[in-house]
Write a protein that binds this ligand. Sequence first.
Ligand SMILES: [Fe+2]
Length: 211
Amino acid sequence: MAKERAPQHATTSRASVGAGRSEPTLHQRTGENQPVGRTAKLPIALDEKTCAASLELLNRIVADSTTLLDLYKKHHWQAAGEMFYQLHPLFDKHLNEQLELVAAIGERIRLLGGAGIAMAAGVAGTTTIPRPPRGWEDVPVQLSRLLEAHERVLKQLRTAARLTAEAGDYGTNDLLVSDVIRTNERQVWSIAEHLVDAPPVRAEEAEAAGR
Ligand SMILES: [Fe+2]
């Protein structure tokens, strides 16, 4: 029986760097396998044009959702004042839910044959959400910023939901509608209720309270 030969490239690369089998081969680089904008189509019965259109929409949503996630992280760290014990964990909960959404969209981008925006520099160059100052702001300002960011994301999501349905990309449409839109709407509700000026103990006449 003929002896099986080890693949030539594996033998030569180990020998050429002088590393034994137990040593890691470090500092490896290759060219980029899939530049942004080029799709690597899978057999999912969607044409390349439809996939490319969905990828464009999804990458913009990833950039804004990642910025929203960062805004939650900033406000989680910088929560202060009377509502600290309420807002500190709430911001963290929303942050983790946004992270799950971004992960699901990122996987959908791969499934459609695209390369998603993953690094901070790519997010910064694409997001439409205004950059907050580095220092901490009052809680009502933090809440307002979050609501404005959610609304920007939701506006994009509604457009993307309509376009993906019209194009027949129902998988993307379902992810956007069932998961991303509904989670963002629920988070808006949780945040917005903190900006209602309701009396904590004694009820007031609406007229006297200026409501
Ligand atoms: Fe934390």
